[in-house]
Write a protein that binds this ligand. Structure first.
Ligand code: UD1
Ligand code: CA
Length: 492
């Protein structure tokens, strides 16, 4: 950063670059109560991508101009910064009146003055790549330009500022669509909204901006012509990848960005060794991880912080949101949210694994079974038509078809513990709070209202220990390895 001390002692001031992100606009065209840059795309707020790419460029600091719903926007940005480990300083600049992008930059003058150069980005362009911005910066420096802008050629340039060049190809100015002549509007080279400026040139132009267009806004884009007329060098750096210039003003553009982020992610996964059987019907958010040699079958949606291990098969028809799936799992036709599935599990078809659940390793949750805030231990099985809520199932338990935990008494949720090697007969109701002991069994259709001691078999409604044949007394505990005292129907 340039400092007065360094100037006084006569050394050349170091070159420093700050990034300024414009994010004060309301986003009127989104027709939304949510500030535009907070709308999710690829599972993250639009601004997330801009912050992430800005940070990757390693600027001296990041400034963000906020205005509309500033407090919400600031909170979200700080959350993102923490989440992505952005350690460089983020300074917020309040734009008092939303008088256009030029006015937004004008408000940021105290921030800009700290640097010799500034990169200015729009908060609504999430597809800009690190590579393009880095080369924008390099071109700017190599040409010793006063302003360098990233442009793109679009088959449909509607809505963007158009780049007007001289017959020899030099940049003359940017003309906003709202004030463009038909000839200018026909130009298909557009302004991406990403620029590098020498701060001195930027500041000298800012003071001269005048209100324009139907809303009397100050267009940042007018700066270029002002800089040029003062003899400044303006360079347009044409992106080889036009889609990255997409700015999100409407929900139609939001959907277009979603599609591009999805495609980029799917390509990244495929190139890292994941088979995506049908990319057209597969949707993955921006930060999804899938391990090598996993296969994602059609009609599968991976959202949020989902991580899938290697050698898994996920899909068809799966919805995973913030789910962590270990290696060698099979998940089909199921929904998993905010849960963990450890290695070598089989989930589905038609399972619903709800938040705070941990399944496995080597466990199975199958046909039409729902698991909520529960653990299913090593090798345990909940294969058919069960509801398991607030339950701790230890290892090698078998839960028979149609068995459920009755965890809610109308007021409070209660816990169920099913100890290791317990055998839950089909259609058992476990009325929580209740503990089913180690190696114990329940008969088909039993309603268990009291704890079952280790190794004991209970049957009936309400379930009672099975009388021993010699008459009366409590049944003898099942001997380890002696086999199951009842068949699945609770008969001897
Ligand atoms: C802007 C550019 C246009 C470019 C396009 C690229 C101007 C005048 N036009 O148009 O040349 O092709 O982006 O996507 O800059 N903002 C503020 N304060 C304001 C107004 C806007 O901070 O008072 C912010 C917005 O939050 C947004 C950015 O500036 O992030 C651009 O504003 P927007 O209204 O989206 O401009 P466009 O019409 O898309
Ligand atoms: Ca825009």
């Amino acid at each position: 950063m340039m400092s007065d001390t360094m100037n006084r002692i006569g050394r050349k001031p170091a070159r420093s670059t700050g990034v300024l992100i414009l994010a004060a606009g309301q986003g009127t065209r989104m027709e939304s109560a949510i500030p535009k840059i907070l709308h999710p795309v690829g599972g993250r707020p639009i601004i997330y991508y801009v912050l992430r790419v800005a940070n990757a460029l390693k600027p001296a600091a990041i400034g963000v101009v906020v205005g509309h719903e500033a407090e919400d926007v600031k909170t979200e940005i700080l959350k993102i910064a923490k989440d992505c480990g952005i350690s460089r300083p983020i300074q917020f600049i309040q734009q008092k009146k939303l008088l256009g992008s030029g006015n937004a930059v004008l408000e940021a003058v105290p921030f800009l003055k700290k640097f010799t150069a500034a990169m200015v980005l729009c908060g609504d362009t999430p597809l800009l790549t690190y590579e393009s911005l880095l080369s924008l910066q390099r071109v700017h420096e190599e040409h010793k330009a006063q302003a360098t802008l990233l442009t793109a050629r679009l088959s449909n340039p509607k809505g963007y500022g158009r780049i007007v060049r001289t017959p020899t190809g030099d940049v003359l100015k940017i003309v906003e669509e709202s004030v463009a002549s038909p000839k200018e509007a026909a130009i298909n080279e557009i302004n991406s909204g990403a620029y590098c400026f020498e701060v001195a040139a930027l500041l000298s132009g800012l003071g001269q901006l005048s209100a324009k267009g139907p809303k009397g806004e100050h267009f940042l884009t007018d700066i270029l012509e002002l800089v040029r007329t003062k003899g400044g060098r303006i360079i347009a750096h044409l992106s080889g990848n036009p889609e990255e210039a997409l700015g999100i003003n409407t929900r139609v553009q939001l959907a277009a960005a979603e599609r591009i982020i999805n495609r980029r992610m799917l390509e990244r996964l495929m190139l890292s060794g994941v088979t995506i059987v049908d990319p057209a019907s597969t949707h993955v958010d921006a930060d999804i991880e899938v391990g090598q040699d996993s296969v994602v079958e059609p009609f599968t949606i991976l959202r949020g912080r989902t991580k899938v291990g290697s050698q898994c098969r996920v899909g068809p028809f799966c919805f995973l949101e913030n789910a962590q799936v270990g290696n060698e799992c099979e998940v089909s036709l199921s929904r998993l949210r905010d849960c963990r599935v450890l290695e070598k599990c089989v989930i589905g078809p038609y399972s619903n694994i709800r938040p705070e659940s941990v399944i496995g390793p080597r466990a199975k949750v199958g046909n039409f079974s729902e698991v909520k805030a529960s653990r299913v231990g090593f090798g345990s099985k909940v294969p058919h038509l069960s509801y398991i809520g607030d339950t701790d199932i230890r290892e090698d338990v078998n839960v028979g078809a149609g068995s459920i935990t009755c965890n809610y008494d109308g007021k409070v949720k209660h816990k169920t513990v099913i100890e290791a090697r317990a055998f839950i007969g089909s259609g058992t109701m476990m009325v929580a709070p209740v503990r089913i002991g180690k190696g114990s069994s329940t008969g088909a259709g039993s309603v268990v209202t009291h704890d079952v001691p280790d190794g004991v078999t209970v049957v009936g409604v309400p379930a009672r220990p099975l009388p021993i044949r010699s008459g009366g007394g409590t049944p003898a505990p099942a001997k380890p390895g002696a086999g199951r005292p009842l068949d699945k129907a609770g008969r001897k």
